[in-house]
Design a protein around this ligand. Structure first.
Ligand code: PBG
Length: 328
């Protein structure tokens, strides 16, 4: 039946009516807050390109998680900024490294919070690439060993899940095998399966001090023009033992989120990345956009595309906004 029998506006006439027929739910339970944890004491260092985001030393991160948890967020993703970097990313897999110590402190203070760790070498290498360099290139298979060691040391510190973001081939399998061998068969892998070589990581690289010293990441991260390949990546990761497949960035890749979800049926995560956050913050700062409305609309769109959960720098604020909206 067509107009005038059918009038789709009937169900849009009031807020409760709209909410009765809403197809997509967005709540704090779907959001993960990334945190930058830095070596040192009592550090709270603002990241210039990401208003509202700071690099935190461990005790400050524990305090921040108290606030995040009070807002209703139940999961965090940790990135480490080590005291020193070298060619082989030694601090990434040091049991006394900044992330390992942060995980222990966080799990002790907040056992109920899901602590996920980013597993990558770029924050720990002196050259800023995500793996070991050999003959001017990131060597895939040498890197696998170090990534597996990193994941083990995170699991040993009591991380609830590990999230490899390096885009080496075979890393999910290497990490899964090693975790299982060393008694961590219960620790899930959230694989950054379709991670694109994106300009939207710019602000993150300032925050994590991980800009590659030479070249770029196009030799390992995906070409933004490809979507079929994202499905292959996701399928391979699942075959290797991934528990969740992630697409990153989020808004420019909603079609990829949707396709990966349709093709695999697996739990899908999306990473609403630093550049996506900074764009909204900058426009809102100029008074050109309503920050809250634009951020919540972005997050619901990512959920609608098919993501179960979203890693976003807006998590803490979005949780507060959603709680306020529910009370209205
Ligand atoms: C590490 C890593 C990056 C991001 C997450 N993990 C940076 C990169 O690949 O250069 C980006 C996250 C963001 O932009 O918010 N490999």
């Amino acid at each position: 039946m067509a107009f005038p029998e059918t009038r789709l506006r009937r169900l849009r006439r009031s807020k409760p009516l709209r909410e009765l027929v809403r197809e997509t739910e967005l709540s704090a339970a779907h959001l993960v807050q990334p945190l930058f944890v830095t070596a040192g004491e009592s550090v709270r260092e603002p990241v210039a390109s990401m208003p509202g985001i700071e690099r935190l030393s461990i005790s400050e991160a524990v305090a921040e998680v108290t606030e995040i948890a009070a807002a209703g967020i139940r999961a965090v993703l940790l990135f480490g900024i080590p005291a020193s970097k070298d060619e082989v990313a030694s601090e990434a897999y040091d049991d006394e490294g900044v992330i390992q110590m942060a995980v222990r402190a966080l799990k002790e203070a907040h056992p109920e919070i899901v602590v996920v760790t980013d597993v990558c070498l770029c924050e720990y290498t002196s050259h800023g690439h995500c793996g070991v360099i050999r003959s001017g290139e990131v060597d895939n298979d040498l890197t696998l060993e170090l990534l597996a060691k990193t994941a083990i040391s995170h699991a040993g510190a009591d991380a609830d899940a590990v999230a490899p973001s390096d885009m080496m081939d075979g890393r999910v399998g290497a990490i899964r095998r090693q975790l299982d061998e060393e008694g961590h068969s219960g620790v899930p892998i959230i694989a950054y399966s379709a991670k694109y070589a994106s300009a939207f990581y710019g602000p993150f690289r300032e925050a994590a001090d991980s800009t590659p010293e030479f070249g770029d990441r196009r030799g390992y991260q995906m070409d933004p023009a490809n979507a079929e390949e994202a499905i292959r990546e996701a399928r391979l990761d699942l075959e290797e033992g991934a528990d969740v497949v992630m697409v990153k960035p989020a808004l420019p890749y909603l079609d990829v989120i949707h396709r990966v979800k349709q093709a695999t049926g697996a739990p899908v995560a999306a990473y609403h990345v630093s550049g996506e956050y900074s764009m909204l913050k900058a426009a809102a700062g100029e008074g050109w956009l309503d920050e809250r409305a634009a951020a919540l609309e972005s997050l619901v769109a990512i959920r609608r595309a098919g993501a179960e959960f979203i890693v976003t720098y807006f998590a803490k604020d979005a949780a507060a906004w959603l709680a306020e909206e529910a009370r209205r």
